[in-house]
Design a protein around this ligand. Structure first.
Ligand SMILES: [Zn+2]
Length: 273
């Protein structure tokens, strides 16, 4: 599933190709009607047609295209979605769910095997982000914020990190990686972490997100960047999907367990409760 570094890579790829362009035609394909979460697909197609994209922003795992009518086109890729810029005459991929033709002869394709991706329009982007906390790379996501958020939660720290109200953009990959970098057992109750360990966890979240961004994201499965290429970070992870392998820090064995109903990877040797 694309998390913050993957969505930000897509945003950086697509921004120069989309901003200033107008939308000539939108087609949500039969069978993909659930893509439009608040409107009928034909209504969403009509509302987007003719609009110009003035900016492409991101909050957590959401892409936010600011349109010239003041509205924001909110996109979430969920499990298997990708958004790829191609020439308009490029043959559709097997799991293409929608295409957006631009006024310059190119098009944007939404490919999504599992069909959980969502698109909708909002008058005010803040309204759509109401249930989401600060973006994990923003200044608002401070050590003080994280300390307060964890102090209110007795759930395992892994579960707290997956909560988009705590750290928007962090998902399963980077929660596991951040806990490893910080030397914290992901099963530790969030409210039991002392201030020093919270500060270490905050730095670890920033570190794993920035490193993955430098590698253009992780392609464990379907993730593709805005031009259709894989990211590189999946070969540089410390614990995620490395169960049975040796820990790069202590030589212990990386194990996999379930925390918050999600596969969770950590090293028993050097991650403490
Ligand atoms: Zn270790």
């Amino acid at each position: 599933m694309p998390e913050l570094p993957e969505v930000e890579t897509i945003r950086r790829d697509l921004a120069p190709l989309l901003v200033g362009r107008s939308i000539a035609r939108v087609r949500i394909h039969p069978g993909a009607e659930r893509l439009a979460v608040t409107d009928a697909p034909r209504e969403l197609e009509r509302a987007l047609t003719g609009r110009r994209v003035d900016a492409l922003d991101r909050h957590g795992k959401y892409l936010l295209a600011r349109l010239d009518d003041g509205r924001t086109w909110v996109m979430h890729l969920r499990m298997t979605g990708s958004l790829v810029h191609t020439a308009a005459d490029t043959t559709a991929a097997r799991f293409e769910r929608a295409r957006v033709d631009l006024d310059d002869g190119n098009s944007l394709r939404l490919n999504d095997m599992r069909k959980f991706a969502t698109w909708h329009l909002v008058a005010e982007a803040r309204e759509a982000m109401r249930r989401t906390g600060p973006d994990a790379l923003s200044d608002e996501f401070s050590v003080a914020w994280l300390r307060a958020a964890l102090a209110r939660r007795s759930a395992p720290v892994k579960a707290a990190l997956l909560d988009q109200k705590v750290a928007a953009g962090v998902g399963n990959i980077y929660a596991d990686e951040a806990c490893w970098i910080a030397g914290i057992d992901p099963r530790t109750p969030a409210d039991e972490l002392g201030p020093r360990r919270v500060a270490r966890l905050h730095a670890a979240i920033r570190e794993t997100l920035e490193q993955s961004l430098g590698d253009r994201g992780s392609s464990f499965s379907d993730y593709r960047d805005g031009l259709g290429a894989e990211g590189l970070h999946h070969v540089n992870v410390h614990v995620f999907r490395r169960e049975g392998q040796a820990c790069g820090r202590c030589g212990g064995t990386v194990v996999k367990t379930r925390v918050a109903a999600r596969g969770t990877h950590f090293c028993r040797g050097c991650q403490r409760r």
